[in-house]
Design a protein around this ligand. Structure first.
Ligand code: SF4
Length: 182
C-alpha cells in the first residue's frame, strides 16, 4: 500500500513539473485561473488617457470591487489558452491607466479567453487573474520606453517573420518591409 501511495505521489510531482515546464514554454509569466461573474462586468465606453506617458487605451470591461477598479481584457482563444506576455503587458497598461485616471492602483487585472460557438450559451471560456506588481509595472514602462525609442528612429526594422501578421496589419499597403505580395 505504501509503495502504491509513493508511486502516485511521484507521478503527481512529475505531472506538476511537466505542467510548469509547459506553462513556462508557452509564455505564462503571471496569472492563475479564477472564476468571474460576468454580471458584474461594466462595459467601458470611453478611452482612458495618461498625459505623462502619452498613453491611451480602453479595457473591454471594468469591475468595481469596493474602492478598486479592476480591468478586464477579453481575447478570443481556446479553453486551454494561457496569457501571453503581450496580453499581460496590455492588461498592465490598463492597470496603469486606471491608477492614473481614478487614483486607485488596481491590485490585479483579468484576462478572459473565450472560444465563441454557435450559441453564446455554449461558449467556452477561462479567466486569469494577473497581479499588477511593481515588477510588472516596470516591465510595462521599459517596453513603452523601447517603443518610444523605436518610434524616434528613422525606420524601425520588422521584428518578425510572419506573413500572417503582415496580412492582418493595417499598414501593409504602405509598408516596404511586408512579407506579403499585396
Ligand atoms: S506590414 Fe509592415 S508594419 Fe505591418 S506587420 Fe508587416 S512588417 Fe510590420
Amino acid at each position: 500500500m505504501m509503495i502504491i501511495a509513493f508511486v502516485i505521489f511521484i507521478s503527481g510531482l512529475f505531472i506538476l513539473w511537466q505542467s510548469l515546464v509547459l506553462l513556462k514554454k508557452e509564455g505564462l509569466t503571471e496569472g492563475h485561473i479564477i472564476y468571474t461573474d460576468t454580471h458584474l462586468w461594466n462595459k467601458v465606453t470611453a478611452p482612458l488617457y495618461d498625459y505623462d506617458l502619452k498613453l491611451t487605451g480602453k479595457p473591454d470591461y471594468i469591475i468595481q470591487s469596493g474602492k478598486q477598479f479592476i480591468p478586464i481584457e477579453v481575447k478570443t482563444g481556446k479553453p486551454n489558452s494561457i496569457p501571453t506576455e503581450a496580453h499581460i503587458l496590455q492588461l498592465a497598461a490598463y492597470c496603469y491607466l486606471i491608477q492614473h485616471n481614478f487614483h486607485q492602483r488596481p491590485k490585479y487585472g483579468i484576462i478572459h479567453y473565450i472560444q465563441p460557438s454557435i450559441s453564446p450559451k455554449t461558449n467556452k471560456s477561462v479567466s486569469f487573474k494577473v497581479n499588477y506588481t511593481n515588477d510588472l509595472e516596470n516591465r510595462l514602462l521599459s517596453t513603452i520606453n523601447q517603443i518610444r525609442s523605436i518610434e524616434k528612429s528613422k525606420e524601425p526594422c520588422r521584428s518578425h517573420q510572419s506573413p500572417y501578421r503582415c496580412n492582418h496589419c493595417g499598414y501593409h499597403h504602405i509598408c516596404n518591409q511586408k512579407l506579403i505580395d499585396q
